[in-house]
Design a protein around this ligand. Structure first.
Ligand SMILES: Nc1ncnc2c1ncn2[C@@H]1O[C@H](COP(=O)(O)OP(=O)(O)OP(=O)(O)O)[C@@H](O)[C@H]1O
Ligand SMILES: CC(=O)N[C@H]1[C@@H]2OC[C@@H](O2)[C@@H](O)[C@@H]1O[C@H](C)C(=O)O
Length: 365
């Protein structure tokens, strides 16, 4: 087991948007963040993305050779050449997520990556949580607790990740640690960018609505928004988590709309899902800090700002890097796993007791 003390951890994340791999260094003992280091983004090529897209929804045992080769190559490239790394965290690519059913599937071979990088690699972070009755997601909340301390928060704050799917963490940093009952409440809010990306691909042949250019020109269609908010998911109490395509109905709801109105309405759906999610928070947070690609969409940000009762700002406002926060999270979690510390709790994934998820692979010799 890794001894207590500060180490340099390199984390990598390939998110549900399938855009590429983020890799980032942090210095931590798995409790406190001492500082952040170098980072890199390695994009998937169009052909690599097509291979990964075709593998979505597949489970271990199915034909995944081509997708696995893409994941391994992209991560080996993204994570190579960083100086002074002690340990690595490898999330893998989520292909399927069905916590109450078949489980959760992150494609990736940590043992092979440990050989390629010649580093100890922590991987398969979510399975044990699911096996013990948890959602297996979100897992960033323990890191968010450390971030709240790092930014000097002395009252509850919230972090919102607007990735393909949205997830919200409410943190009370006055507790002694993230494992304390009541320190964290976290869950997936609903779809964020994934359906908007699918719309852009379908109608414009573009991967996403860059800087909200199309959404800015549209009007929100209230009828479609109301139908969306009728979904039972929003009434469900946390814990709750989503697969990328759980809300494919969203595209159907905007099918008859013009491109700009459809895009604007989808932004409103993502923002309203967050608004509904905020109702679950035990107390209003002092601020909501937004991370993930959606913070670059001014329409989504503006809608959040007007609909929430607390200040809304990108995480950069408090000195964090919203493009790298998830990669940093899996670096931090890798150190926790290696030190035998928990990575999820009843308030984050709904697991019955504290769980430290993840396997550790060491390079041979
Ligand atoms: N400049 C921009 N303008 C508008 N949207 C953007 C911009 N940059 C990124 N995005 C959106 O953010 C998405 C990527 O976000 P991010 O990298 O946080 O997602 P992810 O990590 O793949 O997803 P998840 O967190 O669900 O696993 C893009 O697919 C796009 O929809
Ligand atoms: C199963 C899975 O990969 N879930 C992701 C996804 O992307 C956002 C949201 O859905 C969140 O639940 C999670 O990722 C973040 C990093 C998390 O675990 O905290």
């Amino acid at each position: 087991m890794l001894q207590a003390g500060m180490v340099n951890a390199l984390g990598a994340m390939s998110g549900t948007s399938l855009d590429g791999v983020d890799a980032a260094l942090i210095r931590t003992d798995g409790v406190t963040i001492e500082g952040f280091g170098a980072h890199r983004y390695r994009a998937y090529s169009d052909s690599e993305r097509a291979v990964l897209r075709a593998a979505l929804g597949r489970w271990p045992g199915e034909d995944l050779g081509a997708a696995l080769a893409v994941v391994q190559r992209a991560h080996a490239e993204a994570m190579a050449g960083f100086d002074g790394v002690d340990i690595a965290g490898f999330h893998g690519q989520t292909l399927a997520h069905e916590p109450g059913g078949r489980g959760t599937h992150q494609l990736g071979d940590g043992a092979a990556l440990a050989e390629a990088l010649r580093l100890p690699v922590v991987w398969d972070f979510r399975s044990s949580d699911v096996r013990l009755g948890g959602q297996g997601a979100p897992l960033a909340p323990f890191f968010h607790f450390a971030c709240a301390r790092w930014i000097g928060a002395d009252q509850p704050v919230a972090f919102l990740n607007l990735g393909g799917v949205g997830n919200l963490t409410w943190v009370d940093p006055r507790h002694p640690g993230p494992e304390a009952a009541g320190a964290l409440l976290a869950f997936d809010t609903g779809p964020a960018n994934a359906p908007l990306n699918d719309l852009m691909q379908e109608r414009r042949g573009l991967p996403y609505d860059a800087d909200g250019a199309l959404s800015l020109r549209g009007e929100v269609v209230e009828g479609a928004l109301e139908l969306f908010l009728d979904e039972g998911y929003f009434l469900k109490m946390p814990p709750k988590s989503l697969d990328r395509n759980d809300f494919s109905l969203m595209l159907d709801l905007v099918r008859e709309l013009g491109d700009a109105d459809a895009a604007a309405t989808m932004c409103a759906m993502a923002a309203s899902a967050v608004m509904r999610g905020m109702e679950h928070c035990p107390a209003p947070p002092a601020a909501l800090y937004v991370t993930g690609g959606g913070r670059h969409n001014p329409v989504m940000m503006q809608m959040l700002g007007v609909s929430l009762d607390c200040p809304v700002a990108p995480v950069e406002a408090v000195g964090l890097d919203g493009d790298m926060l998830e990669a940093q999270a899996f670096a931090y979690l890798a150190v926790r796993v290696a030190r035998g510390l928990p990575t999820s709790a009843p308030g984050t994934t709904g697991v019955r007791a504290l769980v430290g998820g993840g396997e550790i692979s060491h390079p041979a010799g």
